[in-house]
Unconditional design. Structure first.
Length: 296
């Protein structure tokens, strides 16, 4: 049975769900690129559904794709269907980057520095700069940055968010380590320190902050960068009660919320600290706390 016959047998809603669930999965870079290229070859129905989903929840899988995406935002992509009045510029709701550690490049001779900046990190910086220069994707609200086998310094060392779009209200940053690098991840979380030079970074437009797998110091740094946050979610990680950075992060959650009417705190992997979290947040005057959830 060919692809055209399969599409006729399955309801459009089911095909759309299949595409959406696959696209939303945590695919490797190669698997995502394969899915992207294959989806354009199935048939017209599958292609149309995929393009709409891919331009709504955007993934930038590699540096070379950025230029293709920017052309699509400008309306110059060959993928666009003249019959579809929805443009990539108006469809975009979220953009996701996967950033992996770069191999050092350069001869390494005397006086020559090795370039260890991740290529996808450069791509993220480039995209945010383009958005500042040209107001594309006005409906973009969520930026997701997924670090794989990476230290916790990239955001601040390379000033990733210096051109952060003012209309993006949700920021999600995750750190993951594969089985081979799991021990390295534990060491990095235990030894990472707060960055003294990041005090000038401010993301006033961010209302919802989601951090996963980060060090306690990184958590404290990011919370301090989002003065107007309304929701902070911290997913499973190793934080010690005696950690100064952890205490700072708890102070930061409640430090500048007196002007807010409502806040939500979701802390992952911190069952022993529920009393601390509750006391700190609930002590803020005139602040309504919706929920405090602990993720085991």
């Amino acid at each position: 049975m060919d692809a055209r016959a399969c599409s006729l047998l399955f309801p459009t809603e089911l095909l759309e769900k299949i595409i959406f669930e696959t696209w939303s999965s945590h695919l490797s870079t190669n698997d995502r690129i394969t899915f992207m290229t294959s989806s354009l070859l199935v048939n017209h129905i599958w292609k149309a559904l995929f393009i709409r989903i891919a331009f709504t929840d955007v993934h930038i899988p590699c540096p070379s794709y950025l230029e293709h995406y920017l052309r699509a935002l400008a309306g110059y992509s060959s993928l666009l269907d003249e019959e579809d009045t929805s443009s990539p510029d108006t469809l975009c709701r979220s953009i996701t980057f996967q950033i992996q550690k770069a191999d050092a490049t350069g001869a390494g001779g005397e006086g020559e520095e090795l370039d260890t900046e991740p290529p996808m990190g450069k791509t993220l910086t480039d995209l945010l700069y383009r958005f500042k220069a040209i107001p594309y994707a006005s409906n973009l609200r969520t930026l997701c940055v997924q670090y794989e086998n990476m230290e916790f310094d990239d955001v601040f060392e390379y000033y990733r968010f210096i051109h952060f779009p003012a209309h993006v209200t949700n920021l999600e940053i995750s750190f993951s380590f594969d089985q081979k690098n799991a021990a390295l991840g534990d060491v990095l979380r235990a030894t990472h320190e707060r960055q003294s030079f990041l005090t000038n970074l401010s993301l006033p437009g961010v209302k919802t902050l989601v951090l996963s797998g980060a060090s306690d110091a990184f958590v404290a740094d990011m919370i301090s960068c989002c003065p107007n946050r309304e929701s902070v979610t911290i997913l499973p990680q190793k934080l010690l009660e005696s950690s100064t950075a952890f205490q700072d992060s708890m102070e930061s959650i409640t430090g500048n919320v007196q002007h807010q009417k409502r806040a939500v705190a979701t802390i992952g992997g911190l069952q022993p600290f529920s009393a601390i979290i509750s006391d700190r947040i609930c002590a803020v005057p005139n602040l309504a706390v919706d929920i405090i959830t602990l993720h085991d």
